[in-house]
Design a protein around this ligand. Structure first.
Ligand code: B1M
Length: 506
């Protein structure tokens, strides 16, 4: 509680309303939390705007408004500008606790009920004089401030409130515009928004600043919003995190701090549970959604693959797919482009085998996600082929892509793996009645094995029944012809097309 607040628990003033009403007006001043404002319309008429509602007022109206509510009076172009007595006070500073107990059904001397009216219009001109006098007495006491002023004000206030309470019971014209629960929930929501960066904000702390008990706040909050207080706060924090992910380049640590979250692991866990994706995926998806740059996510895939960050590569590939990027584009411009950079660096001695291995692992994990998109489900087999990386060679990434593409074209592919002997290719082709044998090689030292595959098929007497396709980085069309193989293709897509053609021509 600030000193100013302690020093001035009551004010009494006469307002002359001179601003004319116009729609979309800013609804004026907000009453301090814990305070109550009682306004008596002494003369004139106009519009009383409370929250986002506006009502006409006239002499004799009494408006009682609770803390946290914003309202204002406006004239409606008349000559006689309205005059209003405003008494604003903090009940707890003047009344015995039993008289203002906020937990009781009717508190503050019975003026405020369970359904706390934040604005009550009481129409009875015969009472105006009486209330005017009470206002005056209180006002005089406040302005003079003798040592006993607070006791005297308290006594006058008690009379005013008691009369008001009795009067409100009798009057059938009391208009209750807002209920206490609604206002408390409204204020709670506002405070949550304002303080969601503070991870010390709890139901207890919030209830205390709203002058209600935690159990009461928890109950009315759940009833009014349909969700628990903690879920609501969690959602607001994640909403803010989304906004920051979308609009800033803050780190996860900074986002956790700015959203009042506990730590990075719980941020990830909660975010994934609510959004169905990781914060990183969300950030990327928003970038794509905003059309910022499709290329930027592909560059990120490539860069993370080069660093061997398999987890991030997976996330990025998933985001790209979720946002409708074609799988082939993700493969070519993301994964493969990253892999070719690594290859270049490996050649120049800038990176070594371990780096290449982790990059390959990242590539494979990304590929796993792409696979279902590259392979058309349920396509009727267009023919059978067997594929493998030749003996002495352990490189299988390219071979696996070729396999996937072929499956995507509806071919049935028998994968013989890596380090496959020439006889194994031939045997597999015979056993499975394959129309095509596909050999992949990445090393200049193992390319020669392809020639042995051709020979082995001749020896086995199947050369005229199978087509032999070759490929891999060091392989060329000339080499293909030189060893007597049938087809060389430089990439996986053209390999798949050629295999389909071979199968259909047999
Ligand atoms: Co090695 N490696 N590697 N390597 N490795 C290369 C191939 C190399 C060119 C690197 C370099 O020096 N720049 C070099 C070969 C040099 C040469 O012979 N001229 C090399 C070397 C030397 C080695 C070792 C000897 C290194 C060592 O130990 N000192 C060693 C050999 C191990 C062995 O096989 N016995 C070795 C080991 C490895 C790792 C295990 C670390 C790893 C392989 C992991 C794995 O595959 N699971 C690896 C990797 C990853 C590479 C590079 C960096 C990338 C290969 C790759 O996956 N590319 C590679 C450098 C490079 O190529 N830039 C390199 C991506 C892949 C999608 O492309 O395989 O070309 P690619 O496939 C393409 C096309 O070629 C085509 O379609 C694919 C998609 O479009 N294609 C076909 C492939 N097969 C096809 C078949 C077809 C048709 C098309 O029809 C049947």
């Amino acid at each position: 509680m600030s000193d100013e607040f302690r020093e001035c628990p009551i004010t009494c003033e006469t307002r002359c309303v001179d601003e004319d009403y116009c729609p979309d007006i800013n609804p004026g001043h907000t009453i301090r939390n814990g305070f109550v404002e009682i306004n008596l319309v002494v003369s004139g008429s106009g519009i009383h705007q409370i929250m986002n509602e506006a009502d006409e007022f006239c002499p004799g109206d009494i408006h009682i408004i609770g803390g946290g509510v914003s309202h204002s009076y406006y004239a409606i172009g008349c000559e006689d500008k309205p005059v209003i007595y405003t008494l604003s006070f903090e009940p707890s500073a003047f009344l015995d606790h039993s008289l203002w107990d906020i937990e009781s059904e009717r508190y503050c001397l019975g003026v405020f009920r369970d359904t706390f009216p934040i604005s009550a219009s009481v129409l009875n001109t015969t009472m105006t004089e009486e209330f005017k006098n009470l206002f005056k007495e209180i006002s005089d006491e406040i302005s003079e401030k003798p040592p006993e002023w607070q006791t005297v004000v308290g006594a006058n206030l008690t009379i005013l409130l008691a009369k008001l309470g009795r009067y409100m019971d009798m009057a059938d014209t009391v208009k209750v515009e807002y209920a206490k629960t609604r206002m408390t929930v409204f204020n709670a929501k506002r405070l949550i928004e304002e303080n969601c960066h503070d991870n010390a904000m709890t139901l207890v702390s919030l209830a205390s600043s709203l002058y209600v008990s935690p159990s009461y706040l928890s109950r009315i909050f759940a009833k009014a919003t349909g969700e628990t207080f903690s879920n609501y706060v969690r959602n607001i924090r994640i909403e803010r995190a989304c906004k920051l992910l979308k609009t800033t380049n803050l780190t996860n640590r900074e986002i956790v701090n700015q959203c009042g979250l506990k730590d990075i692991p719980s941020f990830y866990r909660i975010f994934k549970a609510l959004m169905g994706m990781t914060p990183y995926q969300y950030k990327m998806s928003q970038k794509i959604y905003q059309g910022e740059s499709v290329m930027s996510i592909l560059v990120e895939i490539s860069e993370n693959l080069q660093k061997g960050k398999a987890k991030i590569v997976k996330e990025l590939v998933q985001s790209s797919l979720d946002n409708g990027l074609p799988a082939v584009q993700i493969l070519n411009d993301g994964l493969l482009s990253g892999m070719s950079v690594i290859g270049e660096k490996f050649k120049n001695g800038e990176v070594y085998v371990p780096e290449v291995l982790v990059a390959a692992r990242a590539m494979n994990q990304g590929m796993e996600l792409l696979k279902p998109f590259l392979v058309e489900d349920g396509v009727q087999s267009k023919g059978k082929v067997c594929i493998g990386t030749v003996q002495g060679d352990l490189h299988d990434i390219g071979k696996n892509i070729v396999k996937m593409m072929m499956e995507g074209k509806g071919l049935e592919v028998i994968d013989l793996g890596v380090d496959v002997a020439p006889e194994s290719f031939v045997q597999a082709a015979i056993e499975n009645e394959c129309a095509v044998i596909c050999c992949s090689a990445l090393l200049t030292t193992t390319m020669g094995v392809m020639a042995e595959v051709v020979k082995a098929s001749e020896t086995a007497g199947i050369r005229d029944k199978v087509k032999i396709m070759v490929g891999g980085a060091p392989v060329t069309d000339g080499f293909c012809r030189e060893i007597g193989a049938d087809t060389y293709t430089p990439d996986a897509a053209s390999a798949a097309d050629a295999a389909v053609e071979h199968c259909s021509s047999l």
